[in-house]
Design a binder for this molecule. Structure first.
Ligand code: NAP
Length: 271
């Protein structure tokens, strides 16, 4: 039996075990997905121990996504983003990927959204970094907006100076009123709206030509998505991003096409 898993602290009530195990069941793969909670300074030791124990793959969540970089060989995209959320132990050293980036791209593709024109990414933490690099690599002109504007500036510089075909600029939350009306794609990559009825985007800036992805998945219909839907926009909830980062990891580990419908059903049944 193959073992896959997740390291995080706190690892909490994770949706990844049922999602991945539904994928193994659908393809008849003999595997188990387990969660581990190493101490906060234990990321590297956890990766080394997993390798020793023959674990096939690990997902990585807060606070370890940067810490594990020194224990893996990051692929070029993960190295540019500066964070790893998926480790494949079939290589030595293990390979680190950032499948949050694919989670963003595949969510839009699944909903028939063309990745071109302009995008606004609100948030410059882990999810914002992955979204900004992913969209710039598709040739999209990205504006990164963050509460702490200096972090948005730093990220925009990193994206523009990296090996990408798009580019990035930055601004503070007060520029949302002016940039969102000219935007095709909007991503909320902040925690605003999580377990609260609050949106990071002024309602008046939303419009019907937008495709909006909210990385927040609890609740599934955030205030941002409700108001975007009322404005006639295409809306994509955070469970899609969670699904497709998992699908991408599943495919890296197993070399099989993931059973997306089975994984999606299991994920949503456990939300
Ligand atoms: P993070 O690294 O801690 O970044 C948090 C971001 O939210 C920062 O940009 C922060 O701005 C901003 N923020 C926090 N409170 C705010 C407020 N009151 N007003 C405005 N901005 C605020 O977190 P993360 O890992 O990027 O996660 C961000 C969100 O995405 C979380 O809700 C997480 O659950 C979700 N997420 C979803 C997926 C998925 O697959 N669906 C994957 C990853 C993350 P400052 O820099 O100014 O502090």
């Amino acid at each position: 039996m193959n073992v896959y898993g997740l390291i995080g602290n706190p690892v909490g009530h994770s949706l990844s075990p049922p999602m991945h195990e539904a994928g193994y069941d659908a393809l008849g793969i003999d595997a188990k997905y387990v969660t581990f909670e190493p101490p906060k300074d234990g990321a590297v030791a956890a990766v080394e121990s997993a390798a020793t124990l023959g674990v096939r793959g690990l997902n990585v969540t807060i606070p370890f996504k940067e810490d594990v970089l020194s224990a893996v060989d990051p692929d070029p995209l993960a190295a540019r983003i500066g964070a790893v959320n998926t480790i494949d132990f079939s290589t030595d050293p293990p390979t680190g990927y950032n499948t949050d980036a694919a989670g963003v791209i595949r969510s839009f593709e699944h909903h028939g959204v063309t990745l071109s024109g302009r995008a606004v990414v609100v948030g410059a933490g882990g999810a914002g970094r992955a979204a900004a690099f992913a969209l710039a690599d598709e040739g999209v002109a990205v504006t990164i907006i963050n509460r702490t504007e200096s972090k948005a500036q730093k990220l925009a510089t990193a994206v523009t100076e990296s090996d990408t075909i798009g580019n990035a600029t930055a601004g503070g939350l007060d520029s949302l009123d002016t940039v969102v009306p000219d935007t095709d794609i909007l991503i909320n990559a902040t925690s605003v709206g999580m377990k609260e009825d609050r949106s990071p985007i002024p309602q008046a800036a939303l419009h019907g030509d937008l495709a909006v992805l909210d990385a927040v998945y609890s609740p599934l219909e955030t205030r941002l998505l409700r108001e975007a839907s009322e404005a006639g926009a295409t809306t994509i909830d955070g469970a899609w991003m969670l699904l497709f980062q998992g699908v991408e990891a599943f495919e890296r580990w197993t070399d099989e096409s993931a059973p997306v419908d089975a994984m999606n059903e299991a994920l949503r049944a456990n939300l």
